[in-house]
Design a protein around this ligand. Structure first.
Ligand code: HEC
Length: 204
């Protein structure tokens, strides 16, 4: 296998982002980030997915001997369907948002968001998406490029800066990721504040 100078550094950076996000000891980056196989667009897409950290939120974390680590058997399959989550923590002064132990579900002022399944599964993953939906979504920050705003912490303001060619390469690579059947839950908007609820109530 050809060794690519600089790849190791990028791989290390990806694990530092992940570890600092979780406050955890450094964990080994997923092996898929370390080497590329195949050529052209797919290889470029694999490289981009590695340096853009998509797996950090789209692959569920599990507890390993050195702290949380990506669950390779669920690579890029999104927030686990059917996982039981209690009420999100309230947080003390200065805290704004929280994340599930899997690092795939997030709660904050925007409501609760769940990282979607990015594998090639036709029904629950990207298998049914067109390249146009994908590129437009990551460029515009709108669901499928046309719908509701894509909410935090999905870093679409960063992906919007990628070229369309790069996003097409990312899509081409994701279409080669083995399908895993897992339907991430629907986004939940925030509960109305007591003041909003009162102003909407007819018996005010
Ligand atoms: C920091 C966590 C995080 C990272 C990093 C991340 N995502 Fe996401 N992603 C999310 C969350 C959470 C959602 C769901 C957002 C929502 O429901 O509004 C999401 C949604 C998406 C969607 C659905 C968009 C739509 O039209 O509804 C796609 C596609 C996607 N991510 C692809 C990617 C790709 C490709 C990368 C790497 C370049 C990436 N994500 C990196 C957290 C993340």
């Amino acid at each position: 296998m050809k060794s690519v100078p600089g790849r190791a550094v990028l791989t290390t950076l990806a694990s530092i982002t992940l570890a600092s996000a979780l406050g955890a000891p450094l964990v080994a980056a997923p092996p898929v980030l370390a080497a590329s196989s195949g050529g052209g667009e797919v290889a470029r897409g694999r490289y981009l997915v590695g340096i853009m950290g998509c797996s950090d939120c789209h692959t569920p974390m599990k507890m390993g001997p050195n702290g949380p680590e990506p669950d390779r058997s669920r690579f890029l399959s999104g927030h686990p369907q059917g996982m039981k989550l209690g009420a999100p923590p309230k947080g003390g002064a200065g805290w704004a948002w929280s994340g599930a132990a899997t690092n795939t579900a997030f709660h904050g002022p925007w409501g609760t968001t769940y990282a979607i399944n990015l594998t090639s599964d036709r029904e629950t993953g990207l298998g049914g998406w067109t390249e146009e939906n994908f590129v437009k979504a990551l460029k515009s920050g709108k669901h499928l490029g046309v719908g509701r705003p894509i909410l935090p912490p999905m870093p679409w303001p960063s992906t919007a800066q990628a070229t369309e060619d790069d996003l097409r390469a990312v899509f081409a690579y994701l279409r080669t990721v083995p399908p895993i059947r897992n339907l991430a839950p629907e986004y939940q908007p925030p509960a109305p504040s007591p003041a909003q609820a009162a102003s909407q109530s007819p018996s005010r």
